[in-house]
Design a protein around this ligand. Structure first.
Ligand SMILES: [Zn+2]
Length: 80
């Protein structure tokens, strides 16, 4: 009897955990906007030429500045 209750509790706990994971994953996906990139821990850097934000790993670094592409790196930083 005690064993049966134990297994019912284990199955219920696993089922609740799966449901919780699915609903939270769906909620995160539904809200996925520009902020989703920050959730992954990827730091965003601003292109010094056109001001667009790109993930650091996709940016083109040049000294202490970052650019969205090699063309903008060649064009150099824009004043505004
Ligand atoms: Zn740019």
């Amino acid at each position: 009897m005690g064993k049966l209750l134990f297994w019912i509790a284990v199955i219920a706990a696993v089922w609740i955990a799966i449901k919780f994971a699915q609903s939270s994953a769906r909620r995160a996906g539904g809200r996925a906007g520009d902020a989703s990139k920050d959730d992954r821990g990827e730091p965003m850097v601003k292109c010094a030429h056109c001001g667009v934000h790109v993930p650091r790993s996709e940016s083109v670094p040049a000294g202490h500045l970052h650019y969205c592409s090699g063309a903008h790196r060649d064009a150099g930083p824009q004043g505004r």
